[in-house]
Design a protein. Structure first.
Length: 439
């Protein structure tokens, strides 16, 4: 099947004598290897599948394997029609994940059979097909996700992974989309496969700035990036390490199990991960987060102390501990970790932002109570008390937000909150000055 601009390897029918013994297989092979395919060819192909299906049960192993492959390839034939060659999405949008999964299983069977037999008939063709259509399939999955069709996107990505098991990242992204779709059974299945493969996702992304667009672009390999720089089409090389995703995988697994009320299984999953990777900080963070979810605060503090003993001067780690504590309503602990982060790195802007956020957490409750008061003497007295508490709260948050603004004067979140603070504290001059700068 010659599709697009790639010249796929022609099939040598003589290489598999059994193909010539059945007219249906011969028809399928003949149409499949055509450079150009017509609507009539597709009709004949479908007819040959229908005619051959009842006969294939008693056929030789090779006939079964090749017939299954040709059958699985049927949905791809329209890609070879002239009107679809420039826009394969016209065809792919009609597929579901079973199309890719069936193709992946049939392709794997052919590759395995030809490897064992030593006779390559379709192997090169299959490998070329995967290289050719994989980018379009990935774009198709992304477009589904962008349209909130997360379950469908996950299934397509899983199919692409099965088609090319060497690219395990697609299995990871399939799991992520499944989580977003709340398809937890498939998400757990994908995560289990990732764990068995000992997938970490650690990598390095290679960046350079295009001289034509003045925008930074990423490259799959350092060699590819460096080549573009040597050709003087790009400048400003930069490497960015992608951290391990192992902690996230075990965390999501544990959270799904907790949601399913499988608490012991969740704990066992984390314990097994820690046993295999006792010094993996991301897994320690996952364990601490799990205990917070379970409101097991003693175990949470124990794990946190383990983490800090291992990395006492790690600002990012200490900040993340603050975030976990904040999410678990452990506000005193959160403030302690954010302040510790600032001790380690005085320019850590998010620590200032979160400290202010912690202080202002109670504002809604105060405002709701103030709005619910009447006009009696007691209500007016209570209103004044609440107003005083609110002013004290905003006064305490102000220096953190002002420091964050000094570190990054363009941060919209900081500006919004600082304007609110100046408004509540009736600091009119500062409010107007900040408002003017923004405009």
């Amino acid at each position: 099947m010659k599709i697009g601009y790639a010249l796929l390897t022609s099939m040598l029918l003589a290489s598999v004598p059994s193909l010539a013994q059945k007219g249906e297989l011969k028809t399928l092979a003949k149409i499949y290897e055509k450079d150009k395919i017509s609507e009539k060819d597709i009709e004949q192909y479908q007819a040959a599948i229908a005619a051959g299906q009842p006969l294939i049960g008693g056929a030789a192993e090779a006939d079964k394997i090749y017939f299954d492959y040709y059958k699985s390839a049927a949905p791809m034939l329209p890609l070879a029609l002239p009107e679809n060659q420039m826009n394969p999405m016209n065809v792919m949008k009609k597929w579901d994940s079973n199309v890719i999964l069936d193709m992946a299983a049939a392709s794997a069977a052919v590759l395995d059979y030809e490897k064992q037999s030593g006779k390559k008939v379709l192997s090169d063709d299959i490998n070329d097909m995967v290289k050719m259509f994989k980018p379009a399939m990935l774009n198709f999955a992304i477009s589904l996700g962008n349209n909130s069709k997360n379950k469908e996107a996950a299934s397509i990505l899983y199919g692409v992974y099965k088609l090319d098991p060497s690219d395990v990242d697609n299995l990871y992204y399939a799991a992520s989309y499944a989580v977003n779709a709340q398809d937890y059974e498939n998400a757990l299945s994908y995560y289990d496969q990732l764990k068995k493969l000992n997938y970490s996702g650690e990598s390095t992304v290679y960046y350079a700035t295009s001289l034509a667009s003045d925008k930074e672009e990423s490259f799959a390999t350092k060699a590819e990036r460096d080549k573009m720089i040597s050709l003087k089409t790009h400048k400003s090389a930069r490497d960015e390490k992608q951290p391990s995703k192992r902690g996230e995988i075990y965390k999501n697994t544990a959270l799904i199990l907790v949601q399913q009320n499988k608490i012991d299984e969740a704990k066992a999953a984390i314990a097994a991960a820690r046993k295999e990777n006792p010094t993996d900080t991301s897994l320690m963070m996952t364990e601490a987060d799990l205990y917070l979810q379970l409101k097991d605060f003693e175990s949470y503090k124990r794990v946190v102390n383990e983490i800090l003993q291992q990395n006492p001067k790690d600002a990012d780690l200490t900040f993340n501990l603050g975030v976990i504590s904040m999410q678990g309503e452990q506000n005193e602990d959160a403030a302690k970790y954010f302040n510790k982060t600032i001790e380690i790195d005085p320019d850590y802007i998010n620590a200032y932002i979160n400290l202010a956020g912690l202080i202002l957490r109670g504002d809604k409750k105060l405002v709701d109570e103030m709005n619910g008061l009447g006009t009696s003497t007691n209500d007016n007295k209570r209103y004044d008390q609440l107003k005083k508490q609110r002013i004290e709260m905003f006064t305490k948050a102000k220096p953190h937000l002002e420091k964050a603004h000094a570190l990054d004067g363009t941060n919209e979140l900081v500006i919004d909150n600082l304007l609110s603070v100046y408004g509540v504290l009736e600091m009119t001059d500062k409010y107007k000055a900040l408002k003017a700068k923004r405009q």
